[in-house]
Design a protein around this ligand. Structure first.
Ligand code: PNW
Length: 471
């Protein structure tokens, strides 16, 4: 029998229960309030880039419905709300700061604080101003310095009220999917550019951490999407090598510089042909390893990996594009992702909740300077059915979230220092290259009327938060 509510673990004092969104995915007002194109607005114009030809112009109109959306968060009893600010709204064209753009986030923060909800702000959730992409985007080192200007602007406006600051969300996606496979904006397919994007986002992160810390920020972190790279046959050297390569590109290329101040030797070796070593300046790694107050972990699925060609294998990073895209596994394109035969979500991602426990526990063992962890995203897309009475009985999503919350509880019991869990996502929204086709919300959005309806998963989460606080 599957559980319809999480196990009543003794959650640590102050454990945060929240939900997450990102500016580009929910705001809309794509060209209102002074906002100009981000790389995603431009990418949406590329034929076949986004399923259904969808764009971000209206999204779920959060920009105009913000107070009602905060009221919805109150009704769910959220402790914290994780959102991002849009660079293209705050500094359109990467020119001067746009007061109207900053004012939107200022009102959002006031609304949240007035409702007793902790704002958890992410500075970069993938919406680079298109004007900067035209100067080379993240392949250009200068973009890292432009990021610090933007981060400083946001901090100057909100630093008196926002206490938790995340520099980047999932640099894996905005570098390797954006510049490598081309599944995400800006849609480039260039291994050298992708590897440069990784390093320049790291640098931007470190520079911004130092700048915000000197300005007085106290809780600074980054969010990574991490996976367990599991060799299909743990005794087969070819599969073990494939898992090493995946672990290098999905996990360690990010974790090691941030937490240990060095790229892993095997990563540097594998990426020799893509010029990683050459673009590192002498002080970069010291900057990148600026101490962190927390690490955000996004986790949806593990990756079973093989080094053998497998006709039945599918890569969970393939995206929803109909145009031709490449591989994000720069220099290791041959690796394949066989199926374990587990149930799958509408993203075709295998459901294996124990992977989240394993990941959280493993991080503490592998990184000696690991800061406190927050699960900043976890959730699932399913093809929801609306009942005649308008309700959404999303039993599979409910079960997915319950099972993963339980695994967070088990990880804590096993010694992992996890201090919060944010479900992805508060609302159905623009799911990147899948457009509006994939729904992750615990609240349904009717894309014709933009009306919001709490799904069963949302009611479960609200009841769980009440129970966790009471216990
Ligand atoms: C994350 N992959 O994206 C993002 O942080 C969210 O904006 C997004 O909506 C959510 O997860 C669900 O997809 C990912 O290819 C996109 O493995 C792609 C992958 C992973 C995460």
């Amino acid at each position: 029998m599957s559980q319809t509510a999480p196990t009543p673990f003794p959650w640590p004092h102050g454990f945060l229960w929240g939900s997450a969104t990102a500016a580009a995915q929910i705001e809309g007002a794509g060209h209102a309030g002074g906002k100009e194109d981000s790389i995603w607005d431009a990418f949406a114009q590329v034929p076949g880039a986004i399923a259904g030809g969808d764009d971000l112009e209206t999204a779920v109109d959060h920009y105009h419905r913000m107070p009602a959306d905060v009221a919805l968060m109150v009704s769910l009893g959220l402790d914290s709300y994780r959102f991002s600010t849009s660079w293209a709204r705050v500094r359109p064209g990467d020119r001067a700061v746009n007061p109207e753009g900053l004012d939107f986030y200022s009102r959002l923060v006031d609304e949240l604080l007035g409702a007793g909800i902790l704002p958890w702000l992410t500075l970069y959730h993938w919406d680079l101003p298109q004007a900067l992409e035209e100067k080379g985007g993240w392949a250009n080192r200068d973009t890292a310095y432009r990021f610090v200007d933007y981060a400083t602007d946001v901090y100057s406006a909100l630093g008196d009220r926002v206490t938790h600051w995340t520099t980047f969300n999932e640099p894996f996606c905005s570098s390797l999917l954006g510049y490598g496979s081309g599944v995400h904006a800006p849609g480039r397919q260039d291994g050298r550019a992708a590897i440069a994007a990784v390093h320049h986002q790291h640098l931007a992160h470190g520079l911004a951490v130092n700048a915000l810390r000197s300005a007085g920020a106290q809780n600074l972190g980054i969010t990574l999407n991490l996976t367990n790279a599991v060799p299909r046959d743990a005794t087969d050297p070819v599969d073990i090598e494939a898992a090493r390569r995946l672990d290098s590109l999905a996990n360690r290329i990010f974790l090691d510089p941030l937490l240990h101040g060095a790229y892993p030797e095997d990563t540097l070796r594998d990426l020799e042909p893509f010029g990683l070593a050459e673009i590192i300046h002498s002080d970069d790694l010291e900057i990148i390893a600026a101490p962190l107050d927390f690490l955000g972990v996004n986790h949806y699925h593990d990756d079973l990996v093989s080094g053998h060609a497998d006709a039945s294998a599918s890569d969970s990073h393939a995206g929803g594009a109909t145009r031709s895209v490449g591989s994000p596994w720069i220099g290791s394109e041959y690796i394949s992702f066989p199926s374990r035969g587990l149930p799958r979500t509408a993203m075709d991602w295998e459901v294996n909740p124990d992977g989240l426990r394993l990941l959280l526990v493993r991080l503490g063992k592998e990184y000696d300077r690991l800061p406190p962890l927050y699960v900043t995203e976890n959730g699932a897309a399913y093809d929801d059915v609306v009942s005649a009475d308008g309700a959404v009985h999303d039993a599979e999503r409910t079960e997915y979230i319950v099972a993963h919350i339980n695994k967070v509880g088990e990880a804590i019991a096993a010694g992992a220092d996890v201090r919060g869990y944010f479900v992805w996502s508060l609302l159905d929204n623009f799911e990147w290259s899948y457009g509006y086709e994939k729904r992750f919300g615990i609240v349904r959005v009717d894309y014709d009327t933009l009306e919001r309806t709490v799904k069963d998963s949302g009611s479960m989460f609200a009841a769980h938060i009440r129970a966790a606080h009471a216990g």
